[in-house]
Design a protein around this ligand. Structure first.
Ligand code: ADP
Length: 368
């Protein structure tokens, strides 16, 4: 069963008994704010999330239509209903035609009519809100697609072009020695790995953004072990000391696929962005989980992130360094996944000293 949110209504009228009887009639069904002061009405609009504004047309300081015109630029979202007497009909029709007012209610009001007007106004409010949200999503998807096409044309093509170049070079290279062959094969291998990283990141992006959320019990120890094992053959992994502390108290429910994507990217980066020629390389993983929340900390003593780059690292296709063969998608996907799990992520870093990511994610109730 879906619980209907309580509609919040602001009612402005100079006649106090109207305000009182409105409140008495609808208090149970709606959250009602009333005032006879137009300035206070504006204050309420600033302070509260109002969905419907009702105003009387005839008031001493300002007419209802003038009030709507005044609030329109700053509070365009609430749907407006005008209360009029018979003599104000023309003003009411004008304002409806100009789009200022959704509907008018004539005095004395009929209880059922007012209720229907409020319910209809709320439908309009909700539909507009959904439309705005869909538009934002669409805009985001469009921007992502734009960036994707731009980046894919470069990132997919660049390694292919270098393989082609290596093949052409190899053809010209005679005599063909064992050493030459090894050199060419190593170069080809590097290009193929670059291409593979890009494709794997795109798969993660797709898994995170298109698939829904599947909630299951999470075993953090197993998750970290699996990811660490998958790094076994990555060059440089053997030189890094892993300092792992996992305290899991009771069951934690979340989407294990998204958590794997998050940890895989953070640990992968912690390994990838280690300083060269340093003897004490470490990656610290600290996870505390309770049945309500989990805290994840991933720290490294690698190359760190410059202050100017720090605000950009979660943007799609942003790369702070050309030192490595990254795609610039990893942290974008991490950030999206953390937010889909209703969590938050913070980063602190000092260039040449290391980086720490800290994440907090609430447990999601399992819906079987
Ligand atoms: P990439 O594929 O380039 O690694 P990410 O989205 O994962 O893309 O990261 C974006 C940028 O953030 C990287 O290019 C890098 O400059 C920086 N970065 C991310 N993690 C770290 C880290 N642990 N240490 C240093 N720099 C990092």
């Amino acid at each position: 069963m879906t619980i209907k949110p309580k509609i919040s209504i602001l009612y402005l009228d100079d006649e106090l008994h109207n305000l009182e009887s409105f409140k008495a009639a609808y208090r149970k069904d709606y959250t009602i704010f009333t005032t006879d002061d137009p300035e206070e009405a504006e204050e309420i609009l600033k302070r509260e999330e109002i969905q419907i504004v009702i105003a009387d047309q005839r008031m001493p300081q300002i007419t209802g239509v003038e009030f709507f015109e005044k609030i329109r630029s700053h509070h365009s979202e609430p749907v407006r209903i005008l209360i009029t007497g018979y003599t104000d009909i023309k003003a009411a029709i004008d304002s409806i035609n100009r789009g200022e007012v959704f509907r008018f209610i004539d005095k004395p009001w009929d209880h059922d009519y007012v209720k229907t007007a409020i319910e209809n106004a709320y439908d309009i409010y909700r539909t507009r809100k959904e439309l705005r949200e869909r538009n934002l999503q669409l805009e985001k998807a469009y921007n992502e697609l734009d960036k994707f096409i731009y980046s894919a044309s470069h990132d997919l093509r660049a390694p292919l072009m270098s393989i082609l170049g290596i093949a052409q070079l190899a053809k010209l290279d005679t005599p063909f020695t064992r050493e030459n062959i090894d050199n060419y094969l190593n170069l080809i291998e590097q290009s193929v790995k670059k291409l593979d990283t890009f494709i794997l990141n795109i798969i993660d992006y797709y898994k995170n953004s298109r698939s829904g959320t599947e909630i299951n019990s999470v075993d953090f120890k197993q998750l970290v072990e699996d990811i660490k094992d998958s790094f076994h053959f990555i060059p440089g992994n053997a030189e890094v000391r892993y300092d792992i502390k996992i305290e899991q108290e009771g069951e934690f429910y979340s989407d294990p696929v998204k958590l794997r994507i998050i940890l895989n990217n953070l640990l992968g980066n912690a390994l990838k962005y280690q300083k060269k020629d340093v003897s004490e390389k470490f990656i610290k993983i600290d996870i505390k989980s309770t049945p309500r929340k989990c805290f994840i900390l991933v720290e490294d003593n690698g190359i760190g992130i410059g202050e100017n780059d720090l605000e950009n690292i979660f943007k799609m296709f942003f790369r702070g360094t050309s030192q490595n063969s990254g795609s610039g998608i990893g942290l974008y996907v991490v950030n999206e996944a953390v937010h889909k799990l209703n969590g938050n992520i913070k980063v602190s870093s000092t260039q040449n000293n290391g980086t720490t990511f800290s994440i907090e994610i609430p447990s999601t109730p399992k819906n079987d």
